[in-house]
Ligand binder design. Structure first.
Ligand code: G6P
Length: 613
């Protein structure tokens, strides 16, 4: 939520900042702004709306300096408007700050600063930060070469809540100070240029050599140097990490939208995620995850905790773990789990799934589980992300950067890697499921090509999108794993088309939801489980009788005579079917959104990574 970009080096800062903001717009997009220093004076430009508005401001072209900070906002405190947009300045206009996160005690700090003579113009929590820095700078030692960095450090010690900040000052115009707690921040280095960002795609085209800040870290950045400090302002050493993502992977690459590109990247994402975890000889490799037979025998329950699409991936793999490992699995929404005192202890294994690795609730759930003595595994797509720093073990999906707010390739990659983990656990436990495991392994290796086949069928989906894009409600029904895929399909549709949609277990329809079915209501059914075929068909017939128009996604033998709109997907192991059945419905959501002429990649009110509660 909210994107930060910063630059210090030898080039003009503004074009680099704007370019970085455009790449980070998926983090928030209700206002944007930047600050640079020209002739020892801070120049701050900001505007409500998309980064394009900022980019088109005439003044931008007059700015030549080689230092700057910038921000794209997802409003928390204060409505989206130019005054509330970042950067914020202190009332003496000597410090400028961009901030991600929430300062929980800002009212208290505002009262203290007001008492000390400071004034405020915005409704934001952030504005206390530059003023607090000014306060501590004024009280600092004259002649101290680190007076600016120390003032930032001192100010951050007063902040309660979460923050990633980047600060510049007209008094010391040759450096940027950054700090983080519970909000991501990275520093990229390339010769005498330094790049700051809240997320990797913003700087990928400049460098893949990055330092990832930990909670409590502060850094002083000049064009030649980066010095890191801990909370007590002692210098600390940090090792740079090399990001293996290709710069092109953060571009649209000829597609109209990131979402469509990411849908079509799924065969590759799944193949890369399988990677070396499963070799052609069928050997599963999780040597980096130190989970022993003794440990698994002592486990009474596995909790899978996540938000949004990641939670749906958890629901999809619950039956896989239960079948292969015979340990009960609970899937929980992170924001609920963390506050409901779950019955967990060292006999509970916690698996947290987070594409970004930065979702505040999921990280908090993981921390709470550790405090209860649980072992924790993070499934993430982003190297070095916050969750990977907290978990006992991390398993990466290798889906490449996911930029569209609506998650697609992360979902199918998460299911793939978690299925492999379940197979691995079964092997560690020596559960003698040889044939079933081999079967699943073969099916996993075939997933990329089956996903490719599924992606070929778009005409029918486009046509159906044309039929339903004006609808007010759409229902998705299925049983078992088909129901879990329905939940994800329904989320996709409502996120990007703003059509109300709900998912129901087909068998539950008669217990209430069927009251909503009337002439012309759209019902989408997924049917991939042969055992439940006739029951699922009956449920769909019940809605047709009541006037519904239907779309069926299936790999079963169902005739067009029974149902007019059938999308056929390849046969697949029933446990893995969500990986295929979701594909046409991701496309359906996409094309409905296009029919409505909406911004597919940046749906209203949403953000890609939700770094606040
Ligand atoms: C937000 C995004 C969703 C995503 C969820 C969890 O709500 O809009 O697409 O599924 O966060 O994100 P994570 O990065 O933790 O997987």
């Amino acid at each position: 939520m909210c994107g930060i970009v910063g630059y210090i080096g030898s080039e003009k800062a503004c074009p680099i900042l704007i370019d970085g903001l455009l790449k980070l717009e998926y983090r928030g997009y209700d206002s944007a702004g930047l600050s640079t220093i020209e002739n020892n004076k801070i120049i701050c430009l900001k505007d409500k709306g998309r980064v394009k508005g900022l980019q088109n401001m005439k003044e931008i072209n007059t700015l030549n300096s080689s230092i700057g900070i910038a921000h794209t906002r997802w409003a928390t405190h204060g409505k989206p408007c130019s005054v509330n947009a970042h950067p914020h300045l202190d009332c003496h206009k000597t410090f400028s700050v961009v901030h991600n996160g929430i300062i929980e005690n800002y009212n208290e700090l505002k009262a203290f600063l007001t008492n000390a003579g400071y004034t405020f113009v915005s409704e934001t929590d952030t504005e206390v930060i530059p003023n607090l820095i000014h306060y501590y700078y004024t009280n600092g030692d004259e002649g101290d070469k680190d007076r600016f960095a120390k003032a930032v450090r001192r100010a951050t010690l007063d902040l309660k809540g979460s923050y990633a900040i980047a600060v510049i000052s007209s008094i010391e115009p040759d450096k940027i100070i950054v700090a983080r707690k519970d909000s991501p921040l990275i520093i990229g280095t390339k010769d005498n240029e330094k790049f700051i960002a809240s997320d990797i795609p913003a700087i990928l085209e400049h460098t893949n050599n990055v330092y990832i800040l930990n909670d409590g870290d502060l850094a002083k950045i000049t064009n030649n140097n980066v010095t890191f400090y801990d909370e007590k302002f002692n210098t600390i050493n940090k090792k740079a990490e090399i990001i293996t993502w290709d710069a092109k992977s953060a571009d649209k690459n000829g597609y109209d939208d990131f979402m469509l590109k990411e849908i079509y990247e799924q065969p590759t994402a799944i193949r890369e995620t399988i990677g070396t975890r499963l070799d052609q000889n069928g050997k599963c490799n999780f040597d980096d995850i130190n989970i022993s037979k003794e440990y698994l025998l002592g486990i009474s329950r596995i909790y899978i905790v996540a938000c949004g699409t990641a939670m749906h991936a958890g629901l999809a793999v619950k039956p896989i773990f239960e079948r292969l490992v015979s340990i009960p699995v609970e899937v929980d929404i992170a924001s609920e789990f963390r506050y409901r005192n779950p019955l967990i202890d060292k006999s509970t294994l916690i698996i947290c799934i987070s594409q970004s690795g930065e979702t505040a609730d999921t990280i908090a759930a993981l921390k709470a589980s550790k405090a209860h003595g649980c072992k924790t595994i993070a499934i993430s797509n982003v190297i070095g992300s916050s969750i990977t720093r907290e978990a006992d073990f991390t398993i990466y999906t290798h889906a490449g950067p996911e930029i569209a707010v609506a998650s697609t390739k992360a979902y199918t990659s998460q299911i793939t890697v978690l299925t492999l983990l379940a197979i691995h656990f079964s092997e560690v436990l020596e559960l003698e499921q040889g044939e079933m495991l081999q079967n699943l392994k073969d099916e996993i290796l075939e997933l990329p090509s089956k996903v490719s086949i599924t992606l070929e069928n778009t005409e029918q989906i486009k046509n159906f999108a044309k039929k339903i894009y004006k609808e007010k409600d759409v229902f998705f029904i299925g049983r078992g794993t088909d129901y879990t895929a329905c939940m994800e399909a329904s989320l996709k549709l409502k996120e990007i088309s703003y059509i109300h949609s709900d998912a129901y277990q087909s068998g539950e329809l008669k217990h209430g939801p069927i009251a909503l079915i009337e002439d012309n209501v759209t019902v989408v059914g997924i049917i991939t489980d042969r055992r439940l075929l006739y029951k699922s068909i009956s449920n769909l017939q019940e809605v047709i009788t009541r006037g519904a128009k239907t779309l069926i996604v299936t790999n079963q033998d169902i005739s067009e005579k029974t149902f007019p709109n059938i999308i056929r997907i390849p046969k697949v192991h029933p446990l893995l079917s969500p990986v295929l059945s979701i594909i046409p419905l991701q496309l359906l959501a996409y094309y409905v959104s296009k029919e409505k002429d909406l911004d597919v990649d940046k749906p209203r009110n949403l953000a890609k990574s939700v770094t606040v509660e």
